[in-house]
Design a protein around this ligand. Structure first.
Ligand SMILES: Nc1nc2c(ncn2[C@@H]2O[C@H](COP(=O)(O)OP(=O)(O)OP(=O)(O)O)[C@@H](O)[C@H]2O)c(=O)[nH]1
Ligand SMILES: [Mg+2]
Length: 409
């Protein structure tokens, strides 16, 4: 409970406000009109008065009506966690796509709350005696917002199509998506794997909002395409999750999702459960997941921790981005994965099969090529299905597996 409020305080801080007081209530069932009980509302009003607070933020979701009632009672602006998160996203979104996504989420959040927002606006304008907007005005606004929502959805579909085109034109190689709770160290992992120090890493929630993809060298001739993206958090507004679908589209086609966990966080188990839940909401629960327990440099006994988690998550990897060798285990786990997904094979094609040779550069990752009188020998990483298809088309498969060598001649 306190942990949840601490996290909310960090969110509020990120949004640029200062916390002057906290209040909690244990409830059997939430009050339909005000979420918290009547007496608690009075207590809250007193706290607002004594601290001079100008804003009240609830950790739990408020229905539009609860928000309106509370604002009337407390006479200050009332928000819930979802709105704070939306606020952070809207001020931090940089790319065109992220901005569209955030605006869409905000409008969808706003739509059922329009009346309350209007009331709020008229109060800001010092509207004593000012009547609220008439039904006609509200209806006009709703129509405009719905129209804008449709427009944004269309724009986002364009972005998605554009991404698909880019994806289709890329060399096939192991594709990896980093997912995880915010601040777990996803961007740090990508920075460590790629060696690119300009990748933004920050000790704050939601440092990353934009998707970034980098090709990284895994050693021993293996490469992977790794994508970093927005982090998850408890009670992530579902409008936001929905509008970030396009960004997370990359994860849908990934060979493996790296679920990065801050192993040094006391609530890591709950954070993992939150991430799993968001993955379900995104329809990604079927993707293969490799748990990556990061920040092990902060653990008093990393070996013991490793024993504990590998009993629950066989194959889990322990990492730290604070040491240069801290990601070696991850690199080797990814090499192994690539070995399974796209094992290298030696193929021999006749010298006349120029078009077929060219097509192999698109279908797989060509690692080696030897031209001789007997034909073109290619060492290619290919999905097993592709190899079967080529064999069917009459291509000579010389050998497969890591140790496979091209026969002489
Ligand atoms: N001690 C320690 N700190 C780490 C490690 N990896 C990352 N950090 C720190 O954790 C903080 C968050 O790291 P990021 O890489 O920005 O985390 P993220 O998961 O990308 O976070 P969001 O983009 O906000 O979702 C930064 O202050 C990092 O320096 C680690 O292995 N050990
Ligand atoms: Mg990040």
């Amino acid at each position: 409970m306190q942990e949840h409020l601490d996290e909310l305080a960090r969110l509020v801080d990120t949004a640029g406000a200062e916390v002057v007081g906290q209040l909690t209530q244990q409830l059997e069932s939430p009050h339909p009109g005000t979420l918290i009980g009547e007496g608690k509302v009075e207590e809250l009003a007193a706290l607002v008065g004594s601290t001079g607070a100008t804003l009240v933020i609830f950790d739990d979701e408020l229905s539009p009506m609860q928000g309106a009632n509370l604002e009337r009672e407390l006479k200050v602006r009332v928000m819930d966690r979802a709105e704070v998160i939306l606020d952070i996203f809207s001020t931090r979104a940089r790319s065109h796509e992220a901005k569209l996504q955030v605006e869409l989420a905000q409008l969808e959040y706003l739509l059922p709350r329009l009346r309350r927002m209007w009331t709020h606006l008229s109060r800001i304008r010092g509207g004593i005696g000012l009547r609220g907007p008439g039904e006609t005005q509200l209806e006009t606004d709703r129509r405009m917002i719905r129209h804008k929502i449709q427009w944004l959805k269309g724009k986002l579909r364009d972005v998605e199509r554009h991404r698909e085109t880019i994806r289709a034109g890329r060399t096939p190689m192991l594709s990896v998506s980093l997912v995880g709770y915010t601040n777990a160290g996803k961007s740090s992992v990508l920075r460590g794997l790629s060696g690119q120090h300009e990748i933004v890493v920050e000790d704050r929630l939601f440092a990353t909002l934009d998707t970034l993809t980098r090709e990284v060298d895994l050693g021993e001739g293996y490469r992977a395409r790794v994508t970093d993206t927005v982090g998850f958090i408890r009670k992530l507004p579902h409008h936001l999750v929905a509008s970030f679908r396009a960004t997370l589209e990359e994860a849908r086609s990934a060979d493996v999702l790296l679920h990065v966990v801050d192993a040094s966080h006391p609530g890591w188990e709950e954070q993992m459960a939150v991430v799993d839940q968001v993955l379900v909401e995104l329809g990604l629960q079927d993707r293969p997941v490799l748990p990556v327990f990061n920040k092990i440099d902060r653990l008093p006994d990393a070996t013991e921790f490793g024993r504990r988690v590998s009993a629950i998550y066989p194959g889990a990897v322990l990492t730290t981005t604070m040491r240069t060798d801290g990601l070696n285990g991850l690199r080797s786990a990814l090499r192994e994965r690539e070995q399974q997904v796209r094992p290298p094979v030696w193929l021999r094609l006749p010298l006349t099969a120029g078009a077929q040779v060219a097509s192999l550069y698109r279908l797989g990752e060509v690692m080696e090529r030897r031209d001789s009188e007997s034909g073109v020998d290619l060492r290619v990483r290919l999905a097993p299905g592709e190899v079967d298809r080529l064999r069917h088309d009459g291509v000579e498969v010389l050998g497969s597996g890591v140790a496979a060598v091209p026969p002489a001649g």
